[in-house]
Write a protein that binds this ligand. Structure first.
Ligand code: SF4
Length: 416
């Protein structure tokens, strides 16, 4: 099967990327004709202002992929901006794609939600607001009373997210007046609230995501896939609407001009269930990720900081591994069923301390990461040799993409 898949170069890869994408690619490359690309144009959709790190991010991605075992003898590896035909096809597709298909795309809304909520949260917490007064609900009041320091911020974040969610997905869209009321109940200064809300409305954050590029990135994605006439695209559940859109665009093109594009199937990949060390989604922006490039010392430190069963305060308290992030990691990185069972039993009977349990995990994680680290060093030392793989891959893809474009231009009766 011909498979196309890409990743946005947003920084070094972490364990979440490895489990969610790379592990799957390693399997796919064994039995399929795979095209894996670094989607640098896609990285611009919401990060167009500051591109200083883009080249370095691409370099790190090349190193990470190869260090993990993505094999250029088995898959074609390339960089999106090295194949300009993607942009040409995207432009032609944008002519035949109704605007409503994009505006109604759920992942467009979700991405917008995340960016706006993230901005508001970071802005408010960055102002060092005090979260300990005028709680807006009783259950919140209870939780807040028990919380200390950082926990208060976490509770605030959760409540804010809920309040944001309440109107964001409604027909009328985000209700800023309601949001203002909620923030006032928290006792946040009016001046700070006004500033945050006005930035949300028409300040930088609004502009960052209200671009044509951001709205139409699924069209570019369709071009990325269809230009190689791919039959399969590995995706997580949240990406399914994008693949459906790709199929619709292919169908529309085929009906309007000529049967050129196959409708690719989504190859559903299981979501990586691994959370960050603080219990939130693993993400660079939360500063809670373990990177493939982390040193042994960094891994040890991060594992020691990991959240555990919140009910287990003292070593003598019995724990519950099912609600503990450390145990979630053990399930993936401790490849010894007996040891897993032992930790489970000892935790439940308060026979093992969390520090000891974390040390076992850190050790196993380091065992997993050591070969990747070593390979990374080797690639870094001689980077141009490895970069060439992607340059040659891009040249190869240009030829394939150009063949498709010849058919497309002819079908559409373009002059050139
Ligand atoms: S002993 Fe291990 S599994 Fe149990 S709560 Fe502590 S860290 Fe989690």
């Amino acid at each position: 099967m011909k498979i196309v898949s890409g990743m946005r170069p947003t920084g070094k890869l972490h364990l979440g990327h490895y489990l969610g994408v790379i592990k799957n690619w390693l399997k796919l490359q064994e039995e399929n004709e795979c095209y894996f690309f670094i989607a640098d144009w896609h990285a611009l959709t919401n990060k167009y202002k500051d591109t200083k790190e883009l080249k370095e991010n691409i370099k790190q991605m090349i190193i990470d992929w190869l260090a993990c075992g993505i094999n250029p003898e088995k898959a074609t590896l390339f960089i999106q901006s090295g194949v300009k035909q993607h942009a040409e096809l995207s432009l032609l597709f944008s002519m035949i794609t109704p605007k409503s298909w994009l505006e109604l795309n759920p992942s467009y809304k979700d991405l917008k939600f995340n960016l706006m909520y993230q901005y508001l949260k970071d802005f408010l917490l960055g102002k060092q607001i005090k979260i300990n007064q005028a709680p807006p609900s009783e259950s919140y009041d209870e939780a807040l009373k028990k919380a200390t320091g950082k926990q208060k911020n976490k509770i605030f974040e959760e409540y804010l997210r809920e309040a944001f969610h309440r109107t964001f997905y409604s027909k009328k869209g985000l209700d800023l007046d309601y949001l203002k009321e909620v923030l006032i109940k928290f006792g946040i200064q009016k001046k700070i609230i006004e500033e945050a809300i006005s930035n949300l409305k028409d300040g930088d954050i609004g502009k960052d995501i209200d671009t044509v590029g951001f709205l139409s990135y699924p069209v570019l994605q369709a071009a990325d896939i269809l230009i190689y006439k791919a039959q399969g695209v590995p995706v997580g559940e949240d990406q399914l609407p994008h693949i459906e859109l790709t199929r619709e665009i292919a169908r529309r093109f085929n009906n309007l001009y000529k049967e050129i594009f196959p409708e690719p199937e989504a190859i559903l990949t299981e979501e990586a269930k691994l959370l960050g060390i603080d219990g939130r989604k693993m993400s660079k922006s939360y500063n809670n990720a373990i990177y493939l490039s982390d040193s042994e010392k960094e891994v040890n430190q991060k594992v020691l900081q990991m959240k555990t069963d919140p009910q287990r305060i003292k070593k003598t308290d019995p724990g519950n591994p099912e609600v503990c992030i450390v145990y979630d990691y053990h399930k993936i990185f401790t490849n010894d069923e007996n040891l897993l069972k032992e930790i489970d039993t000892k935790c439940k009977n308060a026979e093992i301390g969390c520090v000891e349990c974390k040390k076992i995990l850190a050790n196993n994680l380091n065992q997993f990461l050591t070969p990747i680290r070593e390979k990374r060093k080797e690639i870094e030392k001689d980077f141009p040799k490895y970069e060439k793989i992607f340059i040659e891959g891009s040249l190869k893809c240009r030829e394939i993409a150009e063949e498709t474009m010849k058919e497309v231009r002819e079908a559409m009766n373009l002059y050139y």
